[in-house]
Ligand binder design. Structure first.
Ligand SMILES: *Cc1c(COP(=O)(O)O)cnc(C)c1O
Length: 359
């Protein structure tokens, strides 16, 4: 068997969910499990949080159906709402909470004949300018949806653009825009993603929406997951498949992009970009062998990458190589590769087997 595995610590996910809840006592939380639970496996994550989570949030109906099959009665929020009119029937069958962020969505909801009314979250575009209504349109739709036969709870939701940069002016503006609408009668309100849960108590409202923090990564560049009390969840481990000596001036890998400046001992590792390791990770991106950080060298290939073992003479064929995880935060690798933990975790591909444990 190919020596590459993503070990997933389900107890750490439960711990991290409890951290979110502890930040906002008395509030409820949708565990965000879109994109296959950020790459961790939606079935296992939902099962691990079954008795703990107040609800789950997903990006589309297909994801919602998967969660509903595992959890008959959890609240389940469709973050982008329905993509076409016919989806409202399915949303009602599955008992979903739906976001409504465009006029066609609202019109289709009002035209639908549903077996039961839906909890409906009007989405305010408070400044992200991706999805949602203006404040004036929220007021308008509030009046038209309140009491409609298709609507159970009428709720308000918005999303931060910069909550991961502490003290950003837009965050204050977005919060104010949200608060300005609370003279309207909403049954529930939701605003906080992980970053806001961790640092903006005034944004906690009724329902939190923790995503990345559940998976033990930080939304912040200047605050580590460890400092936030989060436990790492996924450890991606490979092996040293080959070791060779490379003389000064010899190159390693495609494009001969890295050349040895000293006599070097180079290891070949069983992980590549087809596994989700970022191809653009530059030489120097850290890998962990025998507890020591060592630099990636040369270009990442489809199935393999190379590491400079010169400073770890004890390294041997078959040694475990941690790409990220318990001892090497995914955020540190993401930073070196010019991306974020979210992307690395959610892009681990299907061919990497996931192994679950409750450490
Ligand atoms: C993905 C998502 C979240 C979770 O965000 P994190 O930064 O991962 O906590 C919350 N709300 C919405 C609308 C989202 O799309």
């Amino acid at each position: 068997m190919r020596p590459l595995v993503a070990s997933i610590d389900l107890a750490a996910i439960r711990h991290n969910y409890a951290v979110a809840k502890r930040c906002a006592p008395g509030r409820s939380a949708f565990a965000v499990v879109k994109a296959n639970a950020y790459g961790h496996g939606v079935r296992e994550v939902v099962t691990a949080l079954h008795d703990l989570a107040d609800g789950f949030a997903v990006a589309c109906l297909e994801e919602a159906a998967e969660v509903r099959a595992l959890h008959a009665d959890a609240r389940l929020l469709l973050l982008e709402g329905c993509f076409e009119a016919a989806e409202y029937q399915l949303a009602a069958q599955l008992g979903l909470d739906v976001v409504v962020h465009t006029e066609p969505q609202a019109v289709q909801l009002l035209a639908a004949s549903l077996r039961r009314p839906l909890n409906t979250w009007l989405k305010l575009d408070s400044g992200m300018h991706r999805l949602g209504f203006s404040a004036a349109a929220v007021r308008d739709w509030h009046a038209r949806l309140q009491g409609a036969e298709q609507v159970a709870e009428l709720n308000l939701l918005s999303h931060f653009a910069c909550a991961d940069e502490r003290g950003h002016a837009l965050t204050e503006q977005q919060l104010e825009g949200f608060l300005d609408l609370l003279d309207l009668d909403f049954a529930q309100r939701s605003l906080a993603n992980s970053a806001a849960i961790l640092t903006i108590p005034a944004a906690h409202m009724d329902w939190l929406r923790p995503g990345i923090m559940l998976y033990g990564a930080t939304p912040f560049s200047e605050l580590s997951a460890g400092e936030l009390g989060l436990q790492p969840v996924m450890t991606l481990s490979a092996q040293l498949l080959a070791i060779r000596q490379v003389a000064v001036g010899e190159s390693v890998g495609y494009g001969a992009s890295w050349t040895a400046a000293r006599a070097s001992r180079i290891g070949t590792v069983s992980c590549g970009y087809a596994d989700g390791y970022p191809r653009h990770a530059p030489s120097g991106t850290p890998l962990l062998i025998r507890g020591q950080r060592l630099p990636l060298v040369g270009r990442v290939s489809m199935d393999m990458l190379a590491v400079d073992l010169t400073d770890l003479p004890a390294a041997q064929l078959g040694d475990e190589v941690q790409l990220w995880g318990a001892q090497l935060p995914v955020d540190e690798v993401a930073h070196a590769a010019g991306t974020i933990g979210y992307e690395l975790l959610s892009k681990v591909t299907r061919r990497v087997p996931r192994r679950y444990h409750n450490a």
